[in-house]
Ligand binder design. Structure first.
Ligand code: BGC
Length: 753
């Protein structure tokens, strides 16, 4: 007994000695360091880490050139402990300006604050480093989705990351993972289109490109998947207006892209500014904590969108004050708040902690995630500009990737009588509001938020007219504007007269750049004035080719018959004009295909994966609900032809977790080489929740020279065929499924066991 007691005392002594040693030891890993830091932080220092300001809040009023207001900066970082800053004032900056700004901010954080925690800078770089002058701009997500080439998306994101990091910035508020199913919505061009699999695949590719192997690398930035969740389907089509999306739909269509992005390693997420089913997402503990954290296992930083905590109070009206809004948001699970112009959030949260309405434990969770991100990004190793990163700015090879991406994003919608490609020795009238517009080729977030200021584009960036002149020679081109984008007849009559002297008319139509709320529209039809231009030109009897550059499908039903050829790009970036001219004149064989359904009528907006009840005829009522879009999802022509044959499946019965193997042979039966995307759809014959007419399950892009063929193999398993049932669970029910590739199909039966 005595011996046992002595042993116990000895054990206790040793254990406590070890424990105290462990406590005193120098931290070895980030977690230890973060815990140590948090233990030293005051509540003010903690809440400061959760507070994000915009650059304008710490700068002098004038923005030419941007000048930090050192007094305001000190007030933010030293007095209010602000841990991160973001954005630009009005426009993109030179590399040098960025270096100056970011280094100065770090100087204050490192030299003048008690704990010397480096500051984090964030930017929206959504199709290239669009806030740094001289960067390469890639096609917008919608255009990239048309390429069906995830590797191009990854490459573009990788280059974007390099140019952002070269600017001294390490967090990119991109990619948009919202599903583009509401074409009126002004942020439709920022989406990867209407299909779940497409958005999942392209979104994950973008994240891999941004984040690379490690955020510490000078080639990487942290990605921010956004905007969680349901932002893209506002009922009235306007930006940030209410959406009504039943949870069964949120889970079936809107959640999978975030799930895939988390699996791809995304470090941060931004919340949807809007409300879904009457709950603003910034106040939704259910979505931000229960779904995102607990169910999906997301451990990264959740940021608010712009001023969205205040909007819980003064816009959505779910909080009676800003303070109550802060309480709702923090307790819902938000870590980092883009306030972004004052210290209201900071003051409110400190007060709420002191009043025990928000626990310090809850604040610590957010601070831990933010500090972890700063560690991951290498800020604690070197928060200043990294010279090795700067070497990666504006490398000549980036242009090649932008050109390839732009070329693959061009969609040939129509080509009657093989009008295209055009001959280089004919005479052309190049006319329309898009003919000499840079901004209409680049769209939003292009050196300015709205993308509408020409002077920031690189001097050698081509417009459609310039690219065509470069191709066929100035002497073969008459260039006129005709109309502006929306209302004004610049001189249609002059265009009609000029058309008499040419062989072909190329009309450049579509939309000028816009972003977010300023891009709201009330009418999806292409503005009347542009349609009038085409109608008047058609009267000349000359062959018309329409070149559309737009952020969303503007309805062209009335003028479509007037054009023999139609090309479409959805804001394809700095090489867009060259890509368009290459396709027009046969130097590139088009292969882009629509990532959304192009509607024919604004009263008939349906996605390809609509339900059976959306189409078909009700005999008694003679109510014809046809699905007859202008162009279907996946549509896009080529200058060659591809034939499908020998569709096989390896079994007629798929059971449990096995997979079915599907093969198909594709042959280039035309005269020129080309790229081509093979899409595999499935149809669930009967299900407890009404099945879609079809769903895209796999896609693969190939390249075939004339007369060559390739056999492709696809595999499908239970989860590829699943749907969300009434209990909100993803299940696959027993029954028959048909797989479809082109006009071929095969049917098999699935049995759970
Ligand atoms: C947009 C976000 C963007 C943020 C930061 C907001 O207006 O909704 O997508 O990341 O501004 O600048």
């Amino acid at each position: 007994m005595k011996f046992k007691y002595t042993l116990w005392v000895l054990y206790w002594f040793l254990a406590s000695a070890l424990a105290s040693h462990a406590h005193a030891k120098t931290p070895v890993n980030d977690t230890d360091k973060i815990n140590n830091l948090i233990a030293k932080m005051t509540i003010e220092e903690k809440v400061g880490q959760m507070t994000n300001l915009t650059l304008a809040a710490v700068s002098e009023k004038t923005d030419e050139p941007v000048t930090l207001d050192m007094e305001k900066l000190r007030d933010a970082i030293v007095k209010h402990n602000v841990g991160s800053i973001q954005n630009t004032i009005n426009h993109a900056y030179t590399l040098e300006e960025w270096h100056h700004i970011t280094n100065k901010i770090q100087n204050i954080a490192l030299k003048e604050t008690r704990l010397k925690i480096p500051n984090l800078y964030e930017i929206d770089a959504v199709h290239g480093a669009n806030n740094t002058l001289g960067s390469t701009l890639f096609p917008h997500n919608l255009a990239l989705a048309a390429t069906r080439n995830p590797e191009l998306v990854r490459l573009g994101a990788e280059i974007t990351a390099k140019e952002v990091r070269a600017s001294g910035i390490r967090l990119d508020f991109s990619p948009v993972l919202d599903l583009g199913r509401q074409p009126l919505w002004s942020r439709f061009p920022e989406t990867f289109g209407e299909d779940v699999l497409l958005v999942q695949t392209m979104g994950a590719a973008a994240i891999k490109g941004y984040e690379g192997k490690s955020l510490k690398n000078v080639t990487s930035v942290a990605a921010s998947m956004k905007h969680f969740i349901g932002y893209s389907a506002p009922a009235d089509g306007k930006d940030r207006t209410p959406a009504y999306i039943p949870e069964i739909m949120l889970r079936e269509y809107y959640l999978p892209s975030f799930k895939a992005a988390i699996a791809a390693g995304a470090h941060t997420l931004m919340v949807n500014s809007g409300e879904v089913n009457g709950t603003p997402l910034h106040a939704s503990k259910y979505f931000l904590t229960d779904v995102l954290r607990t169910e999906l296992g997301f451990n990264g930083v959740i940021t608010s969108d712009w001023e969205d905590i205040k909007k819980l109070h003064d816009w959505h009206k779910v909080a009676a004050s800003n303070k109550e809004a802060a309480l709702l948001a923090v307790n819902a699970g938000i870590d980092l708040v883009i306030v972004p112009l004052d210290f209201s959030f900071y003051d409110d949260v400190i007060a709420l902690v002191k009043e025990h309405k928000i626990s310090e434990k809850r604040v610590n969770e957010s601070v831990r995630r933010i500090l972890q991100l700063k560690y991951d990004l290498g800020y604690f190793d070197n928060p200043y500009l990294e010279p090795d990163a700067v070497k990666n700015f504006a490398r000549p090879e980036y242009k090649d990737v932008a050109l390839e991406a732009a070329r693959e994003s061009v969609i040939l919608l129509k080509n009657t009588d093989n009008t295209l490609p055009l001959a280089k020795n004919k005479k052309y009238l190049v006319v329309g509001p898009g003919a000499d517009s840079l901004t209409a080729l680049h769209g939003c977030w292009s050196y300015t938020w709205q993308g509408t200021v020409d002077k920031y584009f690189a001097k050698d960036t081509l417009t459609i007219a310039k690219a065509i002149k470069a191709k066929v020679g100035n002497d073969k081109v008459i260039q006129l504007q005709g109309t502006d984008f929306d209302a004004k007849d610049i001189n249609i009559a002059e265009a009609v007269t000029a058309a008499k002297d040419v062989d072909y008319i190329i009309v450049a139509l579509g939309e000028n750049a816009y972003a977010e709320t300023p891009g709201n529209i009330k009418e999806l039809a292409l503005p009347e004035i542009q349609q009038l231009l085409v109608k008047e030109l058609a009267k000349t009897g000359k062959t018309i080719v329409m070149v559309m550059s737009e952020g969303r499908p503007r309805i062209i039903r009335e003028i479509e018959p007037d054009a023999k050829g139609i090309l479409l790009t959805n804001w394809a970036g700095s090489q867009a004009a060259t890509a368009i001219a290459d396709v027009l004149f046969g130097d590139y064989n088009p292969n882009g295909i629509l990532p959304y359904t192009y509607p024919r009528f604004s009263g008939e907006i349906l996605t390809y994966d609509h339900k059976w009840a959306d189409e078909g005829e009700e005999t008694l009522l003679a109510d014809k609900k046809t699905f007859n879009p202008q162009y279907p999802f996946g549509h896009g022509l080529s200058y060659t032809t591809f034939d499908y044959s020998d569709l096989t499946i390896n079994t007629n019965k798929l059971t449990g977790n096995d997979h079915i193997t599907i093969t198909v042979t594709v042959k280039n039966t035309g005269k020129i080489a080309g790229k081509h995307t093979v899409e595999l759809y499935s149809r669930d014959h009967y299900a407890s929740i009404t099945p879609s007419v079809k769903r895209l399950r796999k896609f693969q892009k190939i390249f075939l020279t004339p007369e060559s063929a390739q056999t492709l193999t696809f595999e499908l398993n239970k989860s590829d065929l699943a749907f969300v049932n009434a209990e909100l669970k993803a299940i696959t029910e027993d029954g028959d499924f048909t797989v479809m590739i082109g006009n071929l199909n095969k049917t098999f039966t699935y049995l759970n066991e």
